[in-house]
Write a protein that binds this ligand. Structure first.
Ligand code: PPS
Length: 301
């Protein structure tokens, strides 16, 4: 299949036709957000599936039923994908949704509502590596020729949902005040219970330490890898070939170091740093060109 057959363009962003359509995007724009809805906004490969596991448990006080009985794509559906129209009436309130939309594509009802949003951000180097492997396994995405080739596409924004920097800047620059919480994938890897406590406070849940620990255990990489409702084993291999690369692949911080050459690292770093020029906030990861830097050990946001 050629890339023309695989992707559609929506406001300049490439979206896979397998999961998106003109109808699904219209449905998203006309979707009515309720005040108690919670959205997770996330650039692809930055922790979407993880939040589809976490959010229902934080909202319902640790009842495992949804993560043990509903596939992740129906449990906390994507705002922009085809499935939403099919499952929207079955969602329990407070509803959880995920979206890869940049801020400016959120529908009017989102802005009119008091719905809260958690923005999850991941080091773009690890996002790029995760995305590269995902493109190798997902049969509805163009298989990358080489990592070098894929990196250029990523830096130019010729990948799903456009440029990482545009996405991140759009949500960082949002005027949502206390309706938005920012967290990084790295913070979640480093101390998941602490991340869960922040989410619980933000969402006005008063979760006990016992419940926090229970959620952390059930949302660990290893537990999720064995959860058929979350590991995409329900998806036929003709769509996602886990023999090539599993969806829950490594779940670590800094895998880019196993993939980038010094030349690639220089190129990647210089493009991202240039795009960050003039921004009032800085990225919480070291963006220097060292392959041995202690990235991820100290995080600030
Ligand atoms: S997608 O396709 O956009 O929905 O992908 P997304 O879910 O955003 O990102 C997939 C990466 O998230 C990792 N992941 C986790 N890491 C740590 N702990 C847990 N519990 C977890 N769940 C998912 C997943 O392994 C992908 O990262 P990589 O680096 O490829 O392993």
């Amino acid at each position: 299949m050629s890339s023309v057959d695989m992707y559609m363009l929506y406001h300049g962003l490439m979206l896979p036709k397998e999961t998106h359509s003109a109808e699904s995007l219209k449905f998203a724009q006309e979707f009515t957000f309720k005040d108690d809805d919670v959205a997770v906004a996330v650039y692809p490969k930055s922790g979407t599936i993880w939040m589809q596991e976490i959010l229902p448990l934080v909202l319902n006080g640790g009842d495992l039923t949804p993560i043990q009985s509903i596939p992740n794509w129906d449990r906390v559906p994507w705002l922009e994908e085809r499935r939403l129209a099919l499952v929207v009436d079955k969602l329990d309130s407070p509803r959880g949704l995920v979206t890869h939309f940049p801020y400016h594509l959120m529908p009017p009802s989102f802005h009119a509502s008091k719905a809260k949003v958690i923005y999850v951000m991941r080091n773009p180097k690890d996002v790029m590596v995760s995305s590269y492997h995902f493109h190798r396994m997902a049969q509805f995405l163009e298989t990358p020729a080489t990592l070098d080739d894929f990196m250029e596409k990523f830096l130019e924004g010729k990948v799903l949902f456009g440029k990482w920097t545009d996405h991140m800047k759009s949500w960082r620059g949002s005027d949502l005040g206390d309706r938005i919480m920012h967290i990084t994938y790295e913070e979640m890897v480093q101390d998941l219970p602490a991340a869960l406590r922040r989410m619980s406070d933000f969402l006005g849940r008063n979760l006990s330490e016992e419940v926090i620990q229970k959620i952390a255990e059930h949302c660990s990489f290893e537990t999720m890898k064995n959860n058929n409702m979350s590991n995409f084993s329900l998806v036929p291999k003709m769509y996602m070939n886990s023999d090539t690369s599993p969806f829950l692949r490594k779940g670590i911080v800094g895998d880019w170091k196993n993939h980038f050459s010094p030349k690639q690292l220089n190129r990647f770093t210089s493009v991202i740093c240039k795009e960050m020029e003039g921004e009032i906030f800085s990225l919480p990861w070291s963006m220097d060109s060292s392959l041995t830097g202690a990235e991820g050990e100290k995080l600030e946001i």
